[in-house]
Design a protein around this ligand. Sequence first.
Ligand code: GLV
Length: 388
Amino acid sequence: MPVITCIDDLKRLHRKRTPKMFYDYCESGSWTEQTFRENTSDFQKIRLKQRVAVDMTNRTLETEMIGQKVAMPVALAPVGLTGMQRADGEIKAAKAAEKFGVPFTLSTMSICSIEDVAEHTSAPFWFQLYTMKDQDYLRRLIERAKAAKCSALVITLDLQILGQRHMDLKNGLSAPPKLTPKVLADLATKWTWGLEMLGTKRRSFGNIVGHAKGVTDPSSLFSWTAEQFDPQLDWGKIEEIKKMWGGKVILKGVLDPEDAKMAAKVGCDAILVSNHGGRQLDGALSSIRMLDPILDAVGDEVEVHLDSGIRSGQDVLKAVSMGAKGTFIGRAFVHGLGAMGEEGVTRALEVIAKEMDISMALCGKRDIKDMGRGDLLIPEDFSGRWKD
Ligand code: GLV
């Protein structure tokens, strides 16, 4: 059993054990990948303040996200095709999250369906929604999430059209993969993955196939998004979806203070500051850089969460100390899943919790809720000086 000390260890195993097409899908950003890179490198610019001679006993990372108790301020983000990283991947990740006591968010573009995940878990999970042109399908999707007792709807606002990730085109990304000679040569070195996949029936987009009409190639993310997603989404439609749902809502993909104000006005339980892990608008600023301006705009009115760039417990600690009430991890848990299945997701959560717990203690704090800006050193020009 390999010794796992950090998320990078899981990432290395993920790369070794998972077909290239799916590892690349996870690890890519759009176009030049500037935003993808800066999401992580900007976290490094923020520093933690070391304090000494304080009682470090009885520490806790427990807090709440949208009124729900969480073991630490980390939720699993919605990630498309998670069930291609490992057979039944969404079920495995949801089970690991449930045991750990953190929320799991199921993507619309998952392999396991809403019903599959509900059947294999007992804690309510969150459902991420893309807004669709087909109103009937959209309504049924929302009804299915309600029937599965999902406890929050995470509406993604930043993917009406798909940003281009070069590797996905070069690799011919599809679910299930098309068995070209190149893919077969790659699969020949990924035995466990292949055997596990043969043992499951879940190998295509579970929320779409058999549910959505008019998709010409249901195995292709590109045709599915191009044909189904609503490029005319506006705040009025978001309000309608909120009404249809009637429960807790997180608005995901907000990166601008003006949009944050609109999101707060429309009403939501949280805003998720995100640039989609650098997978959509390349050249946008990192999420952590945009956190402060968004907190200034709406921090008093609505809970602000953050994703994009979190690869360690220190990153979570920095975001939370700046004022985020919660964070989401995507790649960090997918590396765990691709490396070691459900156990790998648990390892990813353990790694992050341990890093957060020890770093918090070394900052002189015992309760995550007591961490604040006073525990950070933030460069004076961190939010940047930009000319509009
Ligand atoms: C979907 O959410 C993607 O980023 O591919």
